[in-house]
Design a protein. Structure first.
Length: 263
C-alpha cells in the first residue's frame, strides 16, 4: 500500500485548507475525505487533482467543471502505465466522491448503494459493471487475517440479504437507546452491508460514502477526518468485524470499528 502521508502534494493541500476562509474549509474537508478514501485501495491522486481541488475550493470552478477537467485531462493521455491507470482511478473517483458527499439527499435503500457505485466507477472499472451487483462469488486474502478471507455473501443472495439487513435497520428504534448503544447498532449494520460485498470492486469506498450519508441523515455531526486519515484502518476494522475462526480462537469483533465511529 502506498503511504499517502508522505505525499508532498497532500501535505501542501492540507496546509492550504487550514489557511483558507471558514466557508472554504468545509468544502476542503469534503475533498480531504474523498482523497483519503483512495487509501483503501492503495491509490494516490495526481498533482493535477490537488490543483483542480484548490480551484474548486477557491470558487474559481464548480464541481461539475472540476469533473470535466479531470475527464479531459485523461482523455488526452495515451499509452499509460498501470501506475498511471491507478492514478486516473484515484483522481476520477475522488472528484465524484466530493460531489456526492456535498449533496443534501439520501434514500435508505439498497438502490442507493447501486447509485453510488455507478456514479463513482462508471468509465473507471471495466472488469466489473459499475452500478451492478456482482454475479460471481469472491474471496479476498487479507493481510490482517494472515492471508485468510472473510466469507462473503453468495452472489445469488446479495439482493435478498441486503433487503433483510436494510429492513432490520429501518425497523430499529434508536430513540430508546444510549448513544453508545446506537454506535454498536450502526457498527453492526455497516459491517453487515460491507460483508455482503455487493460489488466485486469498489465495495469499501461505496460503503464508506453510504455510511457518511446515512450518519448525516440520522443527525450525527459526522467528523470526516477518520475517513480522510484512517481509511485503511476503516477497511481492516470491517474485516475483523466479519471474521470468525474457532480453531484459532478468533471471533467477529466490532470493537475496532466502534472505535472508528466514536472518533
Amino acid at each position: 500500500m502506498k503511504d499517502n502521508k508522505l505525499n508532498p502534494f497532500k501535505l501542501d493541500f492540507d496546509s492550504y485548507i487550514l489557511q483558507s476562509e471558514p466557508e472554504q474549509q468545509e468544502n476542503g474537508k469534503l475533498w480531504q475525505t474523498a482523497i483519503g478514501l483512495q487509501q483503501v485501495d492503495g491509490l494516490t491522486p495526481s498533482k493535477y487533482l490537488y490543483e483542480t481541488a484548490k480551484r474548486n475550493i477557491d470558487g474559481e470552478i464548480t464541481i461539475e467543471e472540476a469533473k470535466q477537467l479531470i475527464d479531459s485531462y485523461y482523455e488526452t493521455r495515451q499509452g499509460r502505465t498501470k501506475d498511471e491507470d491507478d492514478t486516473e482511478e484515484a483522481d476520477k473517483v475522488s472528484v465524484r466522491i466530493r460531489e456526492i458527499l456535498a449533496e443534501k439527499t439520501f434514500s435508505f435503500t439498497p438502490d442507493l448503494l447501486l447509485s453510488i457505485h455507478k456514479r463513482l466507477f462508471t468509465g473507471v472499472f471495466f472488469k466489473v459493471k459499475a452500478g451492478h451487483f456482482r454475479d460471481y462469488n469472491i474471496s479476498k486474502r487479507e493481510w490482517v487475517l494472515d492471508g485468510e478471507s472473510v466469507l462473503y455473501a453468495n452472489a445469488d443472495m446479495i439482493r435478498q440479504t441486503l433487503d433483510y439487513d436494510f429492513g432490520q435497520e429501518k425497523a430499529f428504534d434508536y430513540s430508546k437507546i444510549s448513544k453508545e448503544e446506537a454506535i454498536k447498532q450502526l457498527t453492526r449494520f455497516i459491517a453487515n452491508i460491507w460483508q455482503i460485498h455487493p460489488f466485486g470492486e469498489g465495495n469499501t469506498r461505496t460503503t464508506a460514502v453510504f455510511t457518511i450519508k446515512y450518519l448525516n441523515s440520522l443527525g450525527f455531526d459526522v467528523n470526516n477526518e477518520p475517513f480522510e486519515k484512517n481509511s485503511w484502518y476503516f477497511r481492516n476494522a470491517l474485516v475483523r468485524a466479519n471474521y470468525t475462526n474457532m480453531n484459532k480462537g478468533i471471533y467477529m469483533n466490532t470493537e475496532y470499528l466502534e472505535k472508528f465511529f466514536r472518533n
